[in-house]
Design a binder for this molecule. Structure first.
Ligand code: SF4
Ligand code: SF4
Length: 397
């Protein structure tokens, strides 16, 4: 089976590696050439949590930057973050034929509807993972497996051909070394996984704690329980019966064993990457479905709103003085609309702040860039000599 993994970050690379080990012809589609090169040679190294150092050997993987030149695939495994689903489907269009199956094992609820905008529902498969992966270095993963079944798969439309494909994909996973099952009861598993994410992801981003640290705080536990209870009530109205007690005593503790040691992905988005989060596919999905089915979700709604505010205002957030670079700090703006690459500013900056960059500006010349902005003392020599008035220097704060 020819499979392209779109969004081959830590989780996507891990799944691709297991499928390749099971006999599939896998191509990992990544964003950076350095990562593609490292995945090809020496290859992907996968360590498991708690295993001794030095045991894992790199396994060469096929990897590509974008899908250009790749053949039409039997399956596309979509592993991008929810906010990137539409763009990823558009970029993957050249390898998607009329028979290509789209498999989403992304977090949360709502991705299948976005995929169905461009692909027939009969070809869409979805599910959830009881696995975790962290990319410690390019092409080096630490992975964790938990729960009874690592890959739980189902399909939007149920029929003989869907069962045949689902079983074949799961047999590849199993041959590769993980437990996998194609099931008609996939929604229950997806909702249980959603409950884990609803309890941990957004909340840890808001309180800036690792999953395990948040779980040890009684106040956080109360918050998580409120969010989970709301989600269980929404699931029931949508036709999926979940057992709150079973979740609290079995599912959540099992997930904590491997994922409690680090910041959940949404916390990383909010604290480190400052990027769009998956809130609309997690607590936001509970809020949205609650509104649809008439189930009040005040806690998930509040948490979702707080995350949206943070997402919308990353640039304005408080930064403690001590974390700012030492010395005078100046903002250096060089307009690529006006810069003609004459290099005067580079020559007359005594502090070596400026250089001509690699990229061409709108006039077609390599434009000046601030290569060492920390060294700027705000003398304004560069702005004074620039014949195009392309430089603006401002003191920060
Ligand atoms: S203001 Fe002075 S120190 Fe700063 S980039 Fe311009 S010439 Fe260099
Ligand atoms: S002096 Fe002005 S036009 Fe010349 S490289 Fe610097 S910014 Fe560009």
């Amino acid at each position: 089976m020819k499979i392209a993994v779109i969004g081959a970050g830590a989780m996507g690379s891990m799944l691709g590696a297991y499928l390749q080990a099971g006999g599939a012809d896998v191509t990992l589609v990544v964003r950076r050439k350095e990562l593609a090169d490292a995945l090809a040679s020496p290859g992907l190294t996968m360590k498991t949590y708690g295993a001794e150092e030095g045991g894992a050997k790199p396994v060469p993987m096929k990897a590509a930057v974008g899908v250009e030149g790749l053949p039409v695939m039997d399956a596309v495994l979509l592993m991008v973050k929810g906010p990137d689903t539409k763009a990823a489907m558009a970029s993957a269009a050249p390898v998607i034929g009329p028979e290509t199956k789209i498999v989403t094992l992304q977090n949360g609820i709502g991705n299948t509807d976005l995929i169905a905008e461009t692909v027939p529902r009969e070809n869409i498969f979805y599910g959830c993972l009881n696995m975790s992966a962290i990319m410690e270095a390019p092409a080096v993963l630490t992975v964790g497996l938990f729960g009874d079944t690592n890959v739980v798969l189902g399909s939007v439309v149920r029929g003989e051909s869907q069962t045949a494909f689902g079983e074949e994909l799961c047999s590849l996973f199993r041959a590769g070394g993980v437990t996998a099952a194609y099931t008609e009861d996939v929604d229950r598993e997806v909702w249980y996984k959603l409950l884990v994410n609803v309890a941990v992801n957004a909340g840890c981003g808001l309180v800036r704690l690792r999953g395990g640290e948040a779980g040890e705080d009684p106040q956080y536990t109360l918050l998580a329980v409120d969010m989970i209870k709301e989600a269980v009530a929404v699931a029931a109205k949508s036709g999926v019966q979940l057992d709150f007690g079973y979740f609290m005593t079995h599912v959540l503790p099992s997930a904590r064993k491997t994922s409690g040691k680090h910041y959940p992905s949404m916390a990383q988005d909010m604290m480190i990457r400052k990027s769009k989060t998956e809130i609309e596919f997690l607590n936001g999905a509970v809020e949205r479905l609650g509104a649809k089915y008439g189930v009040p979700t005040p806690v998930n709604t509040t948490v979702s709103r707080l995350v949206r505010v943070i997402e919308n205002n990353y640039a304005k957030q408080y930064v403690p003085k001590a974390e700012k670079p030492a010395g005078p700090a100046f903002t250096i703006e060089i307009s690529d609309k006006f810069c003609k690459g004459c290099g005067f500013c580079v020559k007359y900056c005594a502090r070596g702040v400026l250089a001509l960059g690699e990229k061409a500006g709108r006039k077609g010349y390599r434009t000046a860039v601030a290569q060492s902005p920390d060294k700027c003392v705000g003398c304004l020599n560069c702005a004074a000599v620039c014949p195009e008035a392309a430089i603006r220097i401002e003191k920060e704060g």
